[in-house]
Design a protein around this ligand. Structure first.
Ligand code: SAM
Ligand code: SF4
Length: 466
């Protein structure tokens, strides 16, 4: 039995107290908070709670406009794309909302071999992906944790012509410091872990069996990751299990804790909303379902609250909801996803079931074409992590806005690489047009950096970044 800290930094009383005192938002106060938010130094828990109670369409429109402004200021038109790769759906836990839970017999269990992982990776490379989020249930095969390390190595080692995966992020169960060190050694980008719910009684109700029942072990996972030197961590809540207002304030406490203890907050926040899952009643009828309206409000408020933290939207959501959230602050999306191990190789007729129902079934090319038509610049950049610009270093670079001299040229060169290597003639034409518009909007310093990079890629070079 491993002993570990209690996650005292999640303080339910503080959250309840703040929520009780912020329920009648005055327009003048809301507008003051929006002025504060536009300074891009973030918001307090009280500010977040206060904005969460805004219902007036006029004030909501002002919140959305502020979120859009901040997103444009910090991220410009860039939108990072990635795909999940599920390597195993075996699990020793009993999470009532998940199809992978141990007692679900409606699912074919499968742990991919290294060759199968390589094949899935080759398919994603051929689609143009450069970033993978590797996902697994919480049950290791015979090789133990080495299986996870081998799988990461397999993804990095797989090549298709000049194509390769340049960043492997992972969504795995909480680990010990020692195993986090091994993950760091294996070259992971972000360690992503969703708390599911920060509300202890609800957490106990929905996690019936297995190591995941331990709330504190999960909630303190990022402390151990950071102790092990992983400074890019990704937080998230499974929205639908408990009140969304409680959850976003708890996320703010978690962020505050990491900033106080390690001097750096999470690299990303994800916003998974619960989707129907095979054999799960709760997943089809979430006890605290978040409406589309509240969902958009929440995304916008978090953009104001933590302006420099990447925000991720998966294909759980429909194309329409995803489009709306892009305006409000989402900076990364998945595309063309499958949530069943072997799903890219075997397609819809795959042998094992998915983890939950997807809302967006479009291919990466359809997603790229769509976001380009909306004026967003797809980015396949992985430079920060590979040049060591993570954690503090990333935040130092991001905060003064300097990132635009790195991220923007890198987004252009990696998108150009995608267009040259993987896009259909139509997608290529639309993409080239977007690149020329982007170039017109850049300042001299940015253009001087971006143009030579674009020319190198057009001349057949790969992996060009600053
Ligand atoms: N097994 C590990 C864990 O639970 O942390 C990592 C992988 S798990 C497959 C990834 C995430 O999927 C979970 O953290 C949960 O938030 C999400 N998930 C599970 N069931 C879901 C559902 N019905 N709808 C949407 N997301 C779901
Ligand atoms: Fe297992 Fe993760 Fe699904 Fe829970 S959410 S049943 S731990 S795969």
């Amino acid at each position: 039995m491993i002993t570990h800290d209690r996650a005292d930094f999640i303080n339910e009383q503080e959250i309840e107290g703040i929520l009780a005192s912020c329920q009648s938002p005055e327009p003048a106060r809301v507008r003051e908070l929006l002025v504060k938010a536009r300074e891009m130094r973030g918001l307090s828990m009280e500010d977040v709670a206060y904005l969460s109670y805004v219902e007036s369409p006029e004030l909501l429109a002002e919140i959305f406009a502020a979120a859009k402004g901040i997103k444009e200021e910090i991220y410009g038109t860039r939108l990072v794309l990635f795909a999940p790769l599920y390597i195993s759906n075996r699990c020793s836990n009993e999470c009532t909302y998940c199809a992978f839970r141990a007692t679900n017999t409606a699912l074919v269990r499968r742990t991919l071999t290294q060759e199968e992982i390589a094949e899935e990776t080759r398919i994603l490379i051929r689609q143009g992906h450069k970033r993978i989020l590797m996902v697994a249930g919480e049950a290791l095969p015979q090789q133990g944790f080495q299986y996870i390390l081998d799988s990461i190595a397999t993804i990095y080692d797989t090549r298709v012509g000049p194509g390769e995966i340049r960043r492997v992020n992972v969504n795995l169960a909480p680990q010990t410091v020692e195993r986090f060190q091994q993950l760091k050694g294996a070259g992971i980008g972000t360690f992503q872990l969703f708390q599911e719910t920060y509300h202890r009684p609800t957490y106990a109700e929905v996690h019936l069996k297995g190591p995941k029942r331990d709330y504190d072990w999960r909630t303190t996972a990022f402390d151990r990751a950071m102790e092990a030197g992983i400074d890019d961590v990704g937080i998230g809540v499974l929205f639908g299990l408990y009140h969304w207002r409680f959850e976003i304030l708890a996320m703010m406490q978690h962020i505050r804790h990491l900033e106080e203890k390690f001097g750096v907050g999470p690299h990303t926040i994800s916003f998974p909303r619960m989707e129907p899952a095979s054999g799960s009643d709760i997943a089809s009828k979430p006890p605290h379902e978040v409406s589309d309206g509240d969902f958009l409000k929440m995304v916008a408020i978090m953009r104001l609250a933590v302006p420099y933290t990447g925000m991720i939207m998966s294909t759980r959501e429909t194309a329409d909801v995803r489009r709306a959230t892009l305006e409000l602050g989402i900076s990364q999306i998945s595309a063309g996803s499958r949530t069943d191990p072997g799903g890219y190789t075997e397609g819809e007729a795959g042998r094992s079931g998915g983890q939950f129902q997807l809302g967006d079934h479009r291919s990466i090319e359809e997603v790229v074409t769509d976001v380009v038509s909306l004026g967003f610049l797809p980015s396949f950049c992985t430079a920060c992590y590979r040049t060591g610009r993570t954690g503090h270093d990333f935040m130092d670079l991001a905060k003064p806005g300097e990132i635009k001299y790195h991220c923007h040229p890198n987004a252009l060169s990696t998108f150009q690489e995608y267009l040259c290597d993987y896009a259909s003639p139509e997608a290529k034409a639309a993409g080239e047009e977007l690149i020329s518009i982007e170039l017109q909007h850049m300042d001299g310093k940015q253009t001087a950096c971006a143009l030579p990079m674009l020319n190198k890629v057009r001349g057949g070079q790969h992996d060009i970044f600053v």
